[in-house]
Design a protein around this ligand. Structure first.
Ligand code: B12
Length: 310
């Protein structure tokens, strides 16, 4: 039986895989956001993430030649657990509480791509979750999943910003969705709650000042001495936790994969300053925080403690 592959059929398939949101963007029209990326790079806001300068990120046709559509998916990772922890406990951001989202979304996107390959064998389909030179948030915005908030994250009324994004680039021509309007209004809670003032203007993040950047991507031996980590050791949620759209979310259909694993809400900063490689290796299996590595975690915990006690 031949299935007619139109946008509707594809979206049904995406939902059947457990994704919470899906939208389709026309890949033939260049993204206006590309110019924003150029400006962002010119300001040096990528800090040491030189891979952000990959020219393919500016032109999706260089990622997959002949790409006509971008299928953008979102999966919520919100759980009802409180993210407030007792003093002296290390703070680990929600995205890293459970199973590595690259694995969770990657599994689903692989299934989707294989299905597309079977149904449309004359076309090419390529999936990414975080791993490719693709402006995922900007494509999600164009595909109508939500708007880019003042904290720069993709945000929607129904799912807030605690969503992971994944994309499938395809040479299939598909009916595209319409972008939504932005609904941050005059609210500036995310900007005001950032202790390092990492947003030079609403909607623009300077990674050099971002706690998440320093805990996750800074590969230096030590962090800048004057950087307040506020006890964060893996990522940071300060510009999300205060967002009004993240307050009343339903965690009913969140994959069990994202429930907090042992230690993510209870590890003491002191203990993490001396966590040995083997213990970290055991603990971090299958988790996104593995990327920080034992050495990075020790560095972050030490910095957090030193900053507190200075
Ligand atoms: C690099 C990166 C980072 C960097 C830089 C973050 C950033 N904002 O760029 C660091 C390490 C800091 C980081 C942190 C986090 N990240 Co990250 N990150 C990425 C990555 C790989 C690329 C993002 C990117 O393209 N940045 C480049 C800049 C130019 O993009 P941008 O900020 O969106 O820039 C736009 C605006 O600045 C705007 N703009 C530019 N100039 C101007 C001027 C004006 C006036 C206006 C209004 C707008 C504007 O246009 C730009 C282009 O779209 C994506 C995955 C991907 N492949 O897309 C994940 C991704 C964005 N990260 C994600 C997550 C979960 C996080 C964290 C929440 C993790 C955590 N808890 O610590 C934090 C959030 C910090 C934050 N507020 O952004 C998710 C976000 C999901 C969502 N809901 O949006 C993504 C999409 C990964 C995924 N597949 O799910 N991340």
């Amino acid at each position: 039986m031949t299935v007619l592959l139109d946008s509707h059929v594809i979206k049904e398939k995406v939902h059947s895989l457990g994704f919470h949101q899906v939208g389709i963007a026309d890949a033939r029209v260049p993204l206006a956001r590309t110019e924003d990326l150029t400006n962002w790079l010119a300001q040096g806001y990528q800090a040491d993430m030189a891979w952000m300068e990959d020219p393919r990120r500016q032109n999706i046709q260089q990622v997959l030649s002949g790409v006509q559509s971008v299928i953008v998916t979102a999966l919520s990772y919100y759980t009802e657990d409180e993210d407030t922890v007792p003093s002296g406990t290390a703070k680990i951001s929600r995205y890293a509480w459970g199973r590595d989202y690259h694995k969770v979304l990657g599994g689903k996107l692989k299934t989707l791509s294989r299905w597309l390959q079977e149904e449309a064998p004359d076309h090419q389909h390529r999936w990414y979750v975080d791993t490719g030179p693709v402006l995922e948030k900007a494509w999600a915005e164009r595909a109508g999943l939500g708007w880019l908030g003042k904290n720069t994250l993709l945000l929607s009324r129904d799912f807030g910003s605690y969503v992971f994004l994944g994309v499938v680039l395809t040479t299939l021509p598909l009916e595209a969705d319409t972008p939504t309007t932005a609904h941050c209004g005059t609210c500036t809670r995310c900007l005001d709650n950032c202790p390092t003032r990492a947003f030079p203007q609403p909607g623009v993040l300077d990674s050099n000042r971002c706690i998440a950047y320093h805990t996750l991507e800074n590969r230096g031996e030590a962090l800048p001495a004057d950087l307040p980590l506020m006890d964060w050791v893996v990522g940071c949620d300060l510009c999300q936790s205060v967002c009004p759209y993240n307050q009343k979310l339903s965690a009913k259909e969140i994959p069990a994969d994202f429930l907090p694993r042992e230690g993510v809400l209870t590890s003491r900063l002191e203990a993490l300053t001396v966590i040995d490689d083997d213990t970290f290796d055991q603990w971090s299996r299958g988790m996104a925080l593995r990327r920080v590595k034992a050495k990075g975690l020790r560095r972050n915990a030490l910095h957090a403690l030193q900053y507190r006690n200075r």
